[in-house]
Design a protein around this ligand. Structure first.
Ligand code: NAI
Ligand code: MG
Length: 357
């Protein structure tokens, strides 16, 4: 049980929550239910690296990560670098370079965390327990398109941004969703597209979805349009279990999901290369939060949850479960950062978690 993990804290609160996670994992390794050992390799890439080198990571960055057992990522983005440059130069470069085509984002209530869904009349025990599965390698973020800056002078520029959908790409993510649904208390998959308005890629997705669904008669399957789905998230959260959608749609829906669960700060995610040909990457859903960075109040819960997903991926099921349990006990005991209604600092939440491991 020895693992070499790359730490890529990158920018803003990314560094704060990665530090907190390393502290928590060190304690878990020492005192948890199963022994393991992590050797961290720290990579100091991100927007500060860009300021010095004109790029977000070195040219051979992917090669340096290739032999790692996993990558633990903080968040990328800082006002000094255009967001599309920082995102494509680091996070998307890793996701796409290592074919991490399945992005897994669990959304659930945590004890003690107030939610816009739970605050309302008699809704204390409304269920919220989903996994949003995001296609993470193609779709709207395939990077296809271009700008014609000189077109016909100022005011006449045209830009094209195309989405790419392959049958194989749709099939593997839809199948992943159905396989995951089988392992859940509620075996149900909701497929989300906008196939009424986008008549090529999304219709292909729907057709693949229907075909795969037939192979899983034991799993309930339904298809919903993304706009209706945004409303369903808020109005009928208990009607969902596994939700599978394209890169863009699932990106947006999962942020909505984490807000419904209480805060972006509690949302965890995994970018998986399910074939395990390349390392997978684990990261909180949130960004670098420049508005609160450096104040010591970043919520580390999303990063802790991502670490639990990482341990699970590494085969450390008992350790992952122990970390999940400690997260729930920590929030349940009221150790909460300001974004979820508390006054605790990142360090205080980390200490509260460590005490419960
Ligand atoms: P953001 O997630 O950084 O912040 C949105 C809001 O949530 C802010 O009010 C922030 O204070 C709060 N928040 C986020 N994480 C938190 C945490 N751990 N604890 C407490 N509050 C938290 O999104 P925003 O502001 O749109 O983007 C800021 C930068 O992050 C941009 O450069 C953006 O490109 C980048 N970004 C990077 C992502 C990644 O690395 N995966 C994902 C999303 C954004
Ligand atoms: Mg997002």
């Amino acid at each position: 049980h020895r693992f070499t993990i790359a730490a890529v804290p990158a920018d803003g609160v990314g560094t704060e929550v990665v530090d907190a996670t390393r502290t928590a994992l060190a304690e878990l390794a020492r005192r948890g239910p199963e022994p393991f050992e992590i050797t961290w390799r720290e990579f100091d890439w991100g927007s500060h690296y860009y300021a010095e080198h004109g790029r977000m990571m070195p040219e051979d960055g992917l090669d340096r990560l290739r032999d790692m057992d996993a990558i633990f990522f903080g968040a990328v983005g800082w006002p000094t670098v255009p967001d599309h440059v920082s995102l494509w130069g680091l996070r998307l470069a890793i996701c796409q370079g290592f074919d991490q085509w399945a992005n897994i984002r669990p959304v659930r209530f945590l004890p003690g965390v107030r939610s816009p869904l739970r605050g309302t009349q008699g809704a204390q025990d409304r269920a919220l327990d989903w996994v949003v599965i995001r296609e993470n390698s193609e779709g709207e973020y395939a990077g296809l398109g271009g700008r014609n800056l000189s077109a016909r002078g100022p005011g006449h520029e045209v830009a094209v941004q195309s989405a790419l959908f392959t049958e194989a790409g749709c099939e593997r993510i839809v199948r992943y969703a159905f396989d995951l649904a089988r392992t859940r208390q509620r075996p149900k998959v909701t497929g989300v597209t906008k196939s009424n308005a986008q008549q090529y890629g999304m219709v292909l997705w729907d057709e693949v979805f229907d075909r795969v669904a037939e192979e899983y008669p034991d799993v309930e399957a339904e298809r919903v349009l993304v706009d209706a789905m945004a409303a369903r998230f808020v109005l009928q959260p208990e009607s969902l279990s596994v939700v599978v959608a394209s890169n863009l749609h699932a990106d947006i829906l999962s942020d909505l999901g984490s807000a419904l669960a209480g805060s972006l700060g509690v949302a965890a995610s995994a970018n998986l290369n399910p074939e395990r040909r390349f390392p997978s990457m684990f990261e909180p859903v949130h960004g670098s939060a420049p508005d609160i960075a450096g104040q010591g109040v970043a919520n580390p819960i999303g990063a802790f949850g991502s670490a639990a997903l990482m341990l699970d991926h590494l085969g450390l099921r008992a350790a992952a479960a122990a970390l999940e349990a400690a997260i729930a006990e920590t929030t349940g005991a009221g150790a909460l950062t300001p974004d979820i209604g508390g006054t605790a600092t990142t360090d205080e939440v980390t200490k509260a978690l460590v005490d419960r491991l």
